[in-house]
Design a protein around this ligand. Sequence first.
Ligand code: NAD
Length: 359
Amino acid sequence: MSKVLVLPGDGIGPEIIAEAIKVLETINTLSDQSIAVDTGLVGGAAYDEHGHPLPQETLAKAKDCDAVLLGAVGGRKWESLDIAVRPEKGLLGLRAELGLFANLRPALLYPQLADASSLKPELVSGLDMMIVRELTGGIYFGQPRGVRTLDNGEREGFNTLVYSESEIKRIGHIAFETAQRRGGRLCSVDKANVLECTELWREVMASLASDYPDVSLSHMYVDNAAMQLVREPKQFDVIVTTNMFGDILSDCAAMLTGSIGMLPSASLDANGKGLYEPIHGSAPDIAGQNIANPLATILSVALMLRCTFGQAAAADMIERAINAVLDDGLRTVDIMSAGMTQVSTSVMGDAVVAKLKAA
Ligand code: NAD
């Protein structure tokens, strides 16, 4: 039987995960392909219980499951801990241990929320793009790295940008396949005019194109890509890029959609196993108040059904249910606007479940 490990984490994590579980359980009753749910501790909650943000028991369960659904980790309570045991290390450890090298971040603007974007509605209405970010290589992991003292006594900081051909190829294949399932357009973002490492990136991406004749590949320098994202974001279908460029561009793309509470993400290994989570953090400022937006986490369930479990129809159902709830004018506080009805976290989750049952 298919199995998902659910890790609520810290802050608003348990509140938003509770709503995602309601939705998954509803899907289980509507589908003939049931997914079993196991739970575990990660982040600050795990540190409090076991003295480590990623206990062995959690890691073993994660390896044993087909997918992991995570709320969020972190909070002020744990900020003074040694960096090696801070909550965020639990998440980084999971990504590394599970070999999750491909990060998929959709940026989709719900027409009902067009006013929430920082750009003019005509620039973003209909926006639907995907950023595929390499997650386990590049300058965030390259060796050597550090801060050294030179002979003249001055300190010098250094990091290394490094990608092997095989690393570029494996993220490239994921990106081309993603473009095949979407609009068939892939833009590879690099800085090939300055960095040799990304010159290789461009060359390897171009070499993959003949395997995907149904995808049109283009290349763009990262500075131009940043400009184009705020100038004409709808020109993009799928973007593939390095770890650091993807980190920056995906946050920029997220803001085009107006709310951090609406965006899911997937981090995948080579076999489709994935860690699914909302892109936002644990929001300690609103934790425990039943006001957080659970929709990014519910959308993470949809992404999980589509990418790991091959249940595209169930994923579509969830996305349609969310659209219907937004059409009804229900809004959590982060997406509230004049004339709409403000609801709590749990009422929003119940509303999505009701739409699923009525469909
Ligand atoms: P955050 O994303 O938690 O919050 C930023 C702002 O957005 C806050 O005002 C918050 O109230 C709001 N917000 C976030 N999610 C929301 C939701 N679902 N509904 C309504 N409002 C929402 O970022 P932060 O404040 O920089 O970080 C808080 C903690 O989360 C830190 O400890 C940080 O390290 C951690 N963090 C964790 C992850 C993760 O688990 N993947 C990601 C980012 C930050």
